[in-house]
Design a protein around this ligand. Structure first.
Ligand code: PLP
Length: 391
């Protein structure tokens, strides 16, 4: 029954996307401004195609056979070296477990550390699938309400949710849907609170870093590498956004040696992968990312889109959270009910996602990982929509 419930109702985002496809058939492809999905619009770097073409010359048994359950040792070693080069860390391939995207990395990490009755805490606004994954592991997800001024962490609210039942904290920065990057100050403060609570409760509290947007930052914004601030951190990464490869389903879980009982935790990660069927990530794409680790798609289009959208919507009277990263703009709904606002936006063929499902009612998410031309075409529609409220 639980699974029927999950499978029979689609998310607001998926419904909006499906509505957009139907609407395009009626009014024309370029007259619907779909900002619903976080599907990268920029191509993967040419190195990905070059690597793929080269790999196709390799014998089939190299390309298409099962890798070990935790991933190809050479690929894992290449990833470790890439992370070490960029973040001055000291990982080896043995710290990595290859997965089909961040969705699998998070599922595996949550399952690996959960006992029945455990609790996880995350920070609104948050990726709605966390609830599904945490509950599927037999745990409960508690939500720290958003600090709607800074979109950093509201520590007073967070500390009220911590208890001896707390097993893990899930953090996502750069954030979907706010586009905010948690500052180093925020991370230091979080780490201090968790260390204090670990001592008080006498057990480990894991920090699960959900990082598919790590490289998507604009200007000289730094995204602190969390394993350097808090030792019991598990990193969940994917190449869906940084290499524009969401359909290839490739990512990893990283369990640093510094984690309390690290090899036991890593074994539990392997066990969760086994129990969930997330073993032997696709071989071909593991070989590709081994060659392209550390590369990033050309982000200049996202930066241009971010600036154009933020500046234009602000000038029309809308209030937006300034996004330093990811490819989402989080805008305050000019009426309390964001659903009602999104319905009004549909009149102008603008497809925006209400923030309610992300735990931030009164806001809407605009995914700007679209062509700049789409944004340029959509601006007059946004301006008309603004006039309904601010004229
Ligand atoms: N976490 C966040 C915050 C996301 O936005 C997404 C996808 O959009 C995921 C996890 C899942 O990533 P993947 O497509 O690599 O499974």
């Amino acid at each position: 029954e639980t699974m029927y419930g999950l499978g029979s109702k689609s998310s607001v985002i998926r419904e909006l996307f499906a509505y957009g496809l139907e609407r395009k058939k009626v009014v024309g492809e370029d007259k619907v401004y779909d900002f619903s999905l976080g599907n990268p619009s920029i191509p993967a770097p040419h190195e990905v195609k070059d690597a793929l073409l080269k790999l196709l010359e390799e014998p089939a048994e190299v390309l298409h056979s099962y890798s070990p359950a935790s991933g190809d040792p050479k690929a894992k070693q290449m990833l470790a070296e890439s992370v070490n080069r960029r973040f001055e860390t000291h990982f080896s391939g043995d710290n990595f477990y290859m997965t089909v995207g961040a969705a699998a990395s998070l599922n595996i990490s949550i399952h690996a550390i959960t006992n029945p009755g455990d609790e996880f805490i995350t920070f609104a606004p948050f990726f709605p699938e966390y609830t599904v994954w945490v509950e599927n592991a037999g745990a409960k997800l508690l939500i720290t309400p958003a600090d709607t001024e800074s979109f950093q962490i509201d520590f007073e609210a967070f500390e009220k949710l911590l208890s001896p039942k707390t097993k893990g904290i899930i953090i996502n920065s750069p954030n979907n849907p706010s586009g905010v990057v948690y500052s180093e100050d925020t991370i230091i403060k979080l780490s201090k609170v968790l260390c204090k609570k670990e001592k008080e409760y006498g057990h480990t509290i894991y920090l699960i870093a959900d990082e598919p947007y790590r490289e998507l930052v604009y200007g000289d914004v730094e995204v602190p590498y969390l394993t350097k601030y808090y030792k019991n951190t598990l990193v969940c990464y994917s190449y869906s956004k940084s290499l524009s490869l969401p359909g290839e389903r490739i990512g990893y879980v990283l369990v640093p040696d510094e984690v309390e009982n690290a090899r036991t935790v890593y074994a539990a990660v392997c066990g969760a992968g086994r129990a969930l069927g997330f073993v032997c990530a696709p071989s071909l794409i593991q070989h590709v990312i081994a060659k392209c680790a550390g590369q990033v798609s050309d982000l200049s289009v996202y930066k241009k889109n971010r600036d154009l959208l933020y500046d234009s919507l602000s000038s029309y009277g809308f209030t937006c959270v300034h996004p330093d990263g990811a490819f989402y703009l989080f805008m305050k709904s000019p009426e309390t009910d964001a659903y009602a606002f999104c319905e009004k936006a549909k009149k102008y063929e603008l497809l925006l996602v209400p923030g309610d499902d992300f735990g931030a009612p009164g806001f809407v998410r605009i995914a700007y990982c679209v062509t700049t031309a789409q944004i340029e075409r959509a601006l007059p529609a946004f301006e008309k929509l603004a006039k309904e409220y601010f004229a």
